[in-house]
Design a protein around this ligand. Structure first.
Ligand SMILES: [Zn+2]
Length: 298
């Protein structure tokens, strides 16, 4: 046996057992509050630079086209995303709440996003939908109606299976930058990583309850200013917990992602959260620092 082959046999079980995840980023080209000192383009450029430096596989950004109508300058962000070789998918045109719309209204909103995606993606596949607010329908009828339309129009659902509501930190961060409160920003930094770490375990527990194993996870992040600042450390956290990164299409090859929850779930949530609710299984106890974040830098 050659030395290389021996090395392969030693390492292969580790690789097979390594946890996988596909990072995805919502609300391109503009997400949440930002400090006045940082432009939307700089936020996106920071994210893209981290993805490049960390040699990440392609990272889908989910687009709300309406932002480019509100501020045509943000088109440059989508161009930068594509120039960096990163793919785009749909987050609907105007980020509507499916629970406040009819399926037909929601479907028109998805269609309205298509011209922009087609132009941005050229010949590449953009038929992925990330539901705004992860609201997939508060009744099973509505859920089924939209799923039926998506299948007919060749969309795949970009399901989420790990979420710590990363976007919650962007507003307090903008306030703290305005106040130049370095100590408070350090506290935001610490609580962002602590919450991300605790929700790794939450969603791994959920996967083990549902499937008896880890799955390739799809965490949900947003294109916000604090997210951009924290991305290197967040990726380092995931790596330190044994994850390595793959693309969204690779992740969703796992049979887990072929399951349609076929369930009405008011309030929405990750795929695995929906399936836990459907099967009347208890979601693990968890906390997020909602109150602390809301009170920070007021
Ligand atoms: Zn969103």
């Amino acid at each position: 046996m050659t030395r290389w082959l021996m090395l392969w046999f030693l390492l292969a079980p580790c690789v097979a057992g390594a946890q996988q995840m596909a990072v995805t980023i919502d609300d391109l080209p503009a997400s949440g509050a930002r400090p006045a000192t940082i432009s939307r383009l700089e936020i996106a450029q920071t994210i893209l630079e981290v993805l490049r430096r960390e040699r990440m596989p392609p990272v889908y950004g989910f687009v709300n086209g309406i932002r480019t109508e509100e501020d045509p300058g943000t088109l440059a962000i989508l161009t930068a995303w594509r120039d960096a070789g990163e793919p785009l998918g749909s987050h609907t045109w105007s980020h509507p709440d499916l629970e406040a719309e009819t399926p037909a209204e929601f479907e028109r909103d998805i269609e309205k996003n298509e011209a922009l995606l087609k132009t941005s993606m050229g010949g590449e596949d953009w038929h992925w939908l990330r539901y705004p607010y992860l609201h997939e329908g508060e009744t099973v009828e509505k859920h089924r109606a939209v799923r039926h339309w998506l299948a007919e129009h060749h969309y795949r659902v970009a399901e989420v299976t790990m979420d710590f509501e990363d976007y919650l930190w962007n507003e307090p961060y903008a306030r703290c930058v305005a106040k130049a409160d370095a100590a408070a920003i350090q506290t935001l930094h610490d609580s962002y990583l602590a919450t991300a770490a605790s929700f790794i375990e939450t969603y791994r527990t959920v996967a083990r309850v549902l499937y008896g194993r880890d799955i390739p996870y799809v965490p949900l992040l947003h294109a916000g200013a604090f997210d951009a600042r924290m991305l290197p450390e967040l990726l380092a956290l995931y790596r330190s917990r044994g994850f390595h990164f793959i693309s969204l299409p690779e992740t969703e090859r796992d049979a887990v992602y072929a399951e349609d929850p076929d369930f009405g779930y008011p309030g929405g949530g990750a795929l695995t959260e929906q399936l836990m609710a459907k099967r009347k299984l208890k979601f693990p106890v968890n906390t997020k620092p909602y109150r602390e974040l809301d009170a920070t830098c007021r």
